[in-house]
Design a protein around this ligand. Structure first.
Ligand SMILES: [Zn+2]
Ligand SMILES: [Zn+2]
Length: 648
């Protein structure tokens, strides 16, 4: 803290208040905002960050102090979130002027790191202004936008603890960074073409390409895309694989190289008009597309959308997103220009996760080159490291409240449309969730195994992790372990209790057992019910219908289509789908016709005839063997899985 000259105060009405502000208040332009607000109200004092948030000391007239405290949470900057404000009167010191004090790395680090945010309007204007010193600079950002969670290595959130530590600010950037009135005051990733990260284009083996001096790396990448090549693009939370969305040859090549038979690819449109040319959008979808989280939004594909069939085969929907980093904006703008010159019409890019099927997305340069060199023809790279791999979030808008009943009427408007987050990752993480009930002890919840996420909680707050992926993949398991440690450090949670899935063989359960603290085993579907209740702040019991693929039941069988009556602490199994055999166990997941056979045995008795629709794929003899397994139960566990019923 700075020394403050103590001066005798003349005015008798002078008061001094110390306000502790908790929430997302670091790295979001909060202190400059406080500085300006204090200036407007003629208040003296100081503001500083500590490891729990921000502290403001205000001195001046009583009404001005009160006005400040009312306006503070209301007018806070776009990315800030004031969750708690605790004030206390302290004796006036007679201090004059208002100062922003440098960070003190003391106390416990529970200050909230904010999620990554899409490029703001001011930065976008600079990016497109030929007179601006950041014209076409792919890493322009400010306190209102830019990378956050993905570049943070520790707390407090300050440049040395981000992946920007290796870039020393030039005098002009430094001046912005130190000017409390500047939009870039203490913007930790602040950079410019003189001092910051750079982008370059490499061939399919990672060899840097010498470019025509009249074009830059992004422009050259856009040309490659125009020509139908696949380009691996290093983004905010990892690599994308990009190609033009209207070129069946390019998309089919990408699909076959990725070994991704029919999972849909997401598409990046240039802007809202570009998205409207691809999918049917309501007002809710449009505001999601434009939100600073910039998720992939699923929406019905338009019949006339200029999208190759291989982008989303056998799907009537399309996942669309808008550019969320300056590099994306430049790339889609340049591509649209290049493509329009060649063909005309709106242009969109496939932007799918940078991996071969079932692997986690690549986020380190070396790793990306090793894993994607057989897939990408070009690499658009840059030298700002990504600390935490973070996938794009996925959202869909659903109709809610059409159900009748007192609960539906009390909590929702009939027929309203709400976003449903299907994958909560980049842009959302690590924003915290408020718990309806404080955690009695700090805890870690290890989650399941296939679409792994974890969660740490302390008091009333829970931090749900980014989407980690399938823990059976070794690299993903390593990410899971590192992610847990990272979250524990960021939010200063030292778990005294570790919750785990009841499944004894899940790798997440194995990890929980290693931790050597108190363990709580939670039934898989009860965890789904309790998570839903907690998300909606509901403490009362509820009936939950949970339909999923697999979860270990309290009776040791495989559950999956469950009606539970329960609350946060316990449940009863009130109903479930009819139990059937999974002939051959896990093989029935890979060969869904086995489930069709098991359901037919259940419905019609032993040896059902082979349905004509399956005849081209299944030998009658094998059908008979599988029917026999289903009848006898030999090496065929019982399941109530909804996923297996859908398979059938
Ligand atoms: Zn900005
Ligand atoms: Zn600079």
């Amino acid at each position: 803290m700075s020394a403050r000259p103590g001066r005798a105060s003349g005015a008798t009405t002078r008061r001094r208040v110390r306000a502790r502000v908790e929430g997302t208040v670091q790295g979001v332009g909060f202190r400059p905002f406080v500085y300006r607000l204090a200036g407007q109200l003629g208040l003296d004092g100081a503001v500083w960050n500590d490891a729990r948030g921000a502290v403001v000391e205000l001195e001046g007239d009583g009404p001005a102090v009160e006005a400040f405290l009312v306006r503070l949470p209301r007018e806070a900057p776009a990315l800030a979130l004031v969750e708690r404000l605790v004030r206390e009167e302290v004796p006036p010191t007679g201090e004059r002027g208002f100062t922003i004090v440098a960070s003190a790395a003391e106390g416990e680090p529970s200050a909230l790191v904010s999620p990554d945010a899409a490029t703001c309007g001011d930065c976008l204007a600079e990016l497109r202004d030929p007179r601006d010193r950041r014209f076409r600079y792919p890493f322009v950002n400010c306190t209102n936008c830019g990378p956050r969670f993905t570049i943070v290595r520790g707390v407090p959130y300050d440049r040395p603890l981000t992946t920007m530590a290796g870039f020393t600010m030039c005098p002009r950037c430094r001046a912005e960074y130190e000017d409390p009135a500047d939009r870039r005051f203490h913007a930790q990733p602040n950079a410019c073409p003189v001092c910051g990260p750079t982008a370059w284009l490499a061939d399919g083996h990672g060899q840097r390409l010498d470019l025509d001096p009249r074009s830059d790396a992004v422009e050259a990448a856009a040309q490659a895309l125009r020509d139908g090549l696949v380009v691996a693009v290093k983004g905010v939370g990892g690599f994308h694989l990009a190609c033009r969305a209207d070129d069946e040859g390019a998309v089919a090549a990408l699909r076959s190289r990725k070994h991704r038979e029919d999972k849909p690819f997401a598409v990046m449109a240039r802007d809202l008009d570009g998205a409207r040319a691809l999918v049917a959008l309501g007002a809710e979808e449009e505001s999601l597309l434009l939100a600073r989280e910039r998720p992939i939004v699923l929406a019905p594909r338009l019949e006339w959308a200029s999208v190759a069939p291989s982008v989303a085969p056998r799907s009537t929907e399309l996942g669309v997103m808008l550019p969320y980093s300056p590099l994306h904006h430049l790339l889609v703008d340049d591509f649209a220009r290049a493509a329009a010159a060649a063909a005309g019409g709106p242009a969109a890019l496939v932007m799918t996760s940078g991996n071969a099927s079932d692997e986690p997305i690549a986020y380190g340069d070396e790793d990306a080159l090793a894993r994607l060199s057989g897939i990408a023809d070009r690499f658009l790279l840059h030298d700002r490291p990504i600390h935490t791999r973070t996938d794009d979030s996925v959202v869909r808008v659903v109709e809610v409240g059409s159900a009748r009943g007192p609960v539906a009427r009390a909590t929702t408007e009939p027929g309203s449309r709400r976003p449903l987050v299907l994958r909560r990752s980049r842009g959302h993480v690590p924003a915290s969730v408020e718990l309806p009930l404080a955690a009695a002890r700090p805890l870690l919840a290890c989650g399941a195994e296939l679409k792994s996420t974890f969660c740490v909680a302390k008091g009333q707050r829970a931090w749900v992790s980014h989407h980690v992926g399938d823990l059976k993949n070794y690299e993903t398991l390593v990410s899971f372990r590192e992610g847990v440690e990272h979250f524990e450090r960021l939010f200063a949670v030292v778990p005294e209790v570790v919750a785990h899935d009841l499944h004894p063989d899940y790798l997440s359960t194995g990890y929980a057992l290693e931790r050597g603290v108190d363990l709580v085993g939670v039934q898989h579907h009860h965890a789904h019910l309790a998570a839903c209740l907690a998300e909606h702040g509901e403490l009362r019991p509820a009936v939950g219908a949970i339909y999923d693929g697999t979860g270990y039941g309290t009776d040791g069988t495989v559950w999956g289509g469950e009606l539970l009556v329960g609350d946060l602490t316990g449940f009863e199994r009130a109903g479930h789908l009819r139990p059937v055999r999974m002939p051959g166990g896990e093989r029935a997941v890979r060969e869904p016709w086995r489930m069709a056979c098991a359901w037919l045995v259940e419905a019609y008795g032993p040896q059902p005839p082979l349905p004509a629709v399956l005849a081209p794929w299944v030998e009658p003899d094998r059908w008979g063997v599988i029917a026999e397994l289903a009848r006898t139960g030999f090496s065929s566990p019982v399941t109530t899985s909804a996923g297996r019923l859908f398979d059938a």
